[in-house]
Write a protein that binds this ligand. Structure first.
Ligand SMILES: *Cc1c(COP(=O)(O)O)cnc(C)c1O
Length: 222
């Protein structure tokens, strides 16, 4: 997509977010739009930055390292979100670049994050990913283990913001958004990372505070 297409698409998504918030009697300021730029290059990212977008999502540490350090050096208000699985041996690299991790999904990863933060203190916000559909191939803590994992993460040296999910492709996303919200509410967590290009409006109706939107902004991925 051209730069002006990306600016128009961003504007369109933001307008839809605002309309959905109004309909749900929510403050639009309570929903952060994360532009998911995975697979897209510098020209697309520059177009989004020029349009005022500052929150971006990437799913691979290596790809983000190739793309983001230069932008972050120029624009310190960029907020970079890791939305893909994180291997423990990549934690150091991830902490050097990302501001928010949406995919904290197992005790071993929480411990590794804590270890690295103890050595090199810095602010880090995390979402716990919950495998709401209990899909074997998908990352995320099992919903049955979520309460205990959330409790253990509260003692960690990062800020636990809330919960994240990726609903199964062939199921009604709304059921999963409602389920994730239920787990968050009973654990007094206030933030929900849920909703993508096809279902961010539904997610907002169910309380999403962070929507992760890729193709509706940047077009189809290569
Ligand atoms: C790719 C991706 C998105 C964005 O998906 P679109 O359908 O292109 O909006 C959101 N969340 C995660 C975890 C992703 O990997």
């Amino acid at each position: 997509m051209s730069g002006s297409d990306i600016a128009a698409a961003l504007n369109d998504v933001q307008t839809r977010i605002t309309a959905k918030c109004r309909a749900a009697k929510r403050d639009p300021a309570g929903v952060t739009l994360i532009a998911v730029s995975k697979t897209h290059g510098a020209p697309e990212i520059e177009a989004a930055l020029a349009a005022g977008q500052r929150h971006f999502g990437e799913n691979r540490v290596q790809e983000a390292e190739d793309k983001w350090p230069a932008f972050k050096a120029k624009m310190p208000d960029i907020c970079l979100h890791l939305i893909g699985p994180l291997q423990t041996n990549k934690v150091g690299d991830a902490l050097a670049l990302f501001d928010v991790i949406h995919t904290l999904d197992r005790p071993k990863l929480a411990e590794k994050l804590a270890d690295d933060l103890a050595k090199k203190p810095r602010p880090l916000r995390c979402f716990i990913q919950v495998n709401t559909g209990r899909e074997p191939q998908k990352a995320g803590i099992d919903p049955m283990e979520a309460d205990a994992f959330i409790a253990s993460c509260r003692a960690m040296p990062f800020e636990l913001k809330g919960l994240m999910c990726i609903p199964p492709v062939h199921e009604q996303a709304a059921l999963h958004f409602a389920f994730l919200r239920e787990i968050a509410v009973r654990n007094h967590l206030t933030h929900l990372s849920m909703g993508m290009s096809d279902d961010f409006e539904t997610a907002i109706a169910f309380g999403a505070t962070h929507v992760r939107v890729g193709s509706a902004i940047f077009g189809a991925r290569n």
